[in-house]
Design a protein around this ligand. Structure first.
Ligand SMILES: Cc1cc2nc3c(=O)[nH]c(=O)nc-3n(C[C@H](O)[C@H](O)[C@H](O)COP(=O)(O)OP(=O)(O)OC[C@H]3O[C@@H](n4cnc5c(N)ncnc54)[C@H](O)[C@@H]3O)c2cc1C
Length: 297
C-alpha cells in the first residue's frame, strides 16, 4: 500500500525538531525508516508530519570514556559492526548487533529507532536493560535522563512524550575480565528473535560470580531483567547443576506472549535453553587481552 498523504520536514537542530513535534499533533520522527515505513505502508499509522532527524549531527557518533560509552541515537548497526574499538569497549553490544536484521536494514536502521520503537523482541532494548544503560531524552522542558528499565512501558510503548526525542544512551564502562554472551533464536537469520537472553558477570579468583546481570527479550511485554536469576547466581561457582536450576528459574521468571510465530510455553522453554547456552558460551569464552575478542555467533 502507499503511505497516506503527509508533510515532511528535515530540521537542522534538535531545538527545531522539538518545535516541529510540538507544532503538529501526531507528528512522528523518522530516522532510518526501517520500522516506521512498514508501519506507514500498512496504514497502521498516519502521522500528518514526518520529522526527519537525518541532518542532526548531535545525534551521531560514539565516545568511550572512563564514565562509559555514549552512543548517539542516529548510530546505525553497520557503524557498530565496523568499529573495532567500540566492539572491544562494549563486547555485549557487539555480540548483540550481529543478530539485528539483515545487511540492508543494518545499513539504515539506528540504535535510537530501535529503542524508541520498543519491540519486545528487539535486541538493543534487551541489552540496554541488561547493562543498566541510561537514555538521554530532549524535549520542550529541556533534557532528562531515564534508566533503561523505566524507559519501556509496554509493546511499542516508551516514556517518550510526543514532543520528545531520544538523543542517545550511555552504557556503563565494561570492567576488565567480564564474561558475557548474547544468545537468541529466530526462525531465519535476520528475522526478529522468538526469544533471546543476554548475560554478563565478573568472576573472582576462586571462580565465584559477582555483579551478575541477566536480560531477556521476546519474553514479556518489555525487555526484562531477570533479577531472581541474578540473585541465584550471585556469589556462586558456576557448574552444571547451578546452570540447570537457574535456567528453570529463568523460564519461571518470564511472561511471554502468544502470537502467530510461537506460543508462550514454547518461548518460555526457549528462554531456559538460551540461558543455558549463554552461560556456557560466557564461561568457555577464550579471553584475549582484558575483555576478550568480539565474538561473532
Ligand atoms: C526485514 C526487517 C528485519 C528486521 N529485523 C530486526 C531485528 O532482528 N531486530 C531488531 O531490533 N529490529 C529489526 N528490524 C527493525 C529495524 O531495523 C530496527 O528496529 C531499526 O533499528 C529501527 O531504526 P530506524 O532508524 O530505522 O527507526 P525508524 O523506522 O526511523 O523509527 C522507528 C520508530 O522510532 C521513532 N524514532 C526513531 N528515532 C527516534 C529518536 N531519536 N527519538 C524518538 N523517536 C525516534 C520513530 O518515530 C518510529 O516510531 C527489522 C526491520 C526489517 C524491515
Amino acid at each position: 500500500m502507499k503511505l497516506s498523504r503527509l508533510e515532511y520536514a528535515r530540521p537542522a537542530s534538535v531545538a527545531e525538531a522539538i518545535e516541529l513535534l510540538q507544532g503538529t499533533e501526531g507528528a512522528k520522527i523518522i530516522a532510518g525508516g526501517q520500522s516506521l515505513i512498514p508501519v506507514l505502508a500498512f496504514r497502521l499509522a498516519a502521522p500528518p508530519l514526518l520529522v526527519d532527524i537525518g541532518k542532526l549531527d548531535d545525534l551521531r557518533g560514539t565516545e568511550t570514556t572512563p564514565a562509559g560509552t555514549r552512543l548517539g541515537a542516529r548510530v546505525r548497526w553497520c557503524e557498530i559492526e565496523r568499529d573495532a574499538a567500540l566492539r572491544r569497549a562494549q563486547p555485549l553490544l557487539a555480540a548483540m548487533t550481529d543478530h539485528v536484521a539483515h545487511y540492508q536494514v543494518r545499513n539504515r536502521g539506528t540504535v535510537g529507532g530501535s529503542l524508541a520503537h520498543a519491540d519486545p523482541a528487539a535486541e538493543m532494548p534487551g541489552v540496554a536493560v541488561a547493562c543498566e544503560a541510561i537514555m538521554h531524552v530532549a524535549g520542550p522542558a529541556g533534557s532528562r535522563d531515564v534508566r533503561s528499565e523505566d524507559f519501556f512501558e509496554g509493546p511499542l510503548q516508551t516514556v517518550l512524550a510526543e514532543d520528545e526525542l531520544l538523543v542517545g544512551l550511555t552504557l556503563p564502562p565494561w570492567p576488565p575480565g567480564r564474561r558475557w554472551a548474547f544468545e537468541e533464536f529466530a526462525l531465519r537469520r535476520g528475522d526478529f528473535a522468538l526469544a533471546g537472553v543476554a548475560v554478563h558477570y565478573g568472576r573472582d579468583a576462586e571462580g565465584r560470580m559477582h555483579d551478575v546481570r541477566v536480560g531477556a527479550i521476546g519474553a514479556g511485554e518489555t525487555p526484562l531483567r531477570l533479577r531472581a536469576v541474578e540473585a541465584e547466581l550471585e556469589g556462586r561457582k558456576i557448574g552444571e547443576t547451578l546452570i540447570s536450576s537457574a535456567a528453570k528459574l529463568a523460564a519461571a521468571s518470564v511472561d511471554p506472549m502468544n502470537d502467530l510465530h510461537a506460543d508462550a510455553e514454547y518461548r518460555r522453554a526457549l528462554v531456559a535453553t538460551l540461558f543455558e547456552r549463554a552461560m556456557l558460551r560466557a564461561e568457555h569464552r577464550q579471553e584475549e587481552g582484558e575483555n576478550g575478542p568480539a565474538v561473532h555467533p
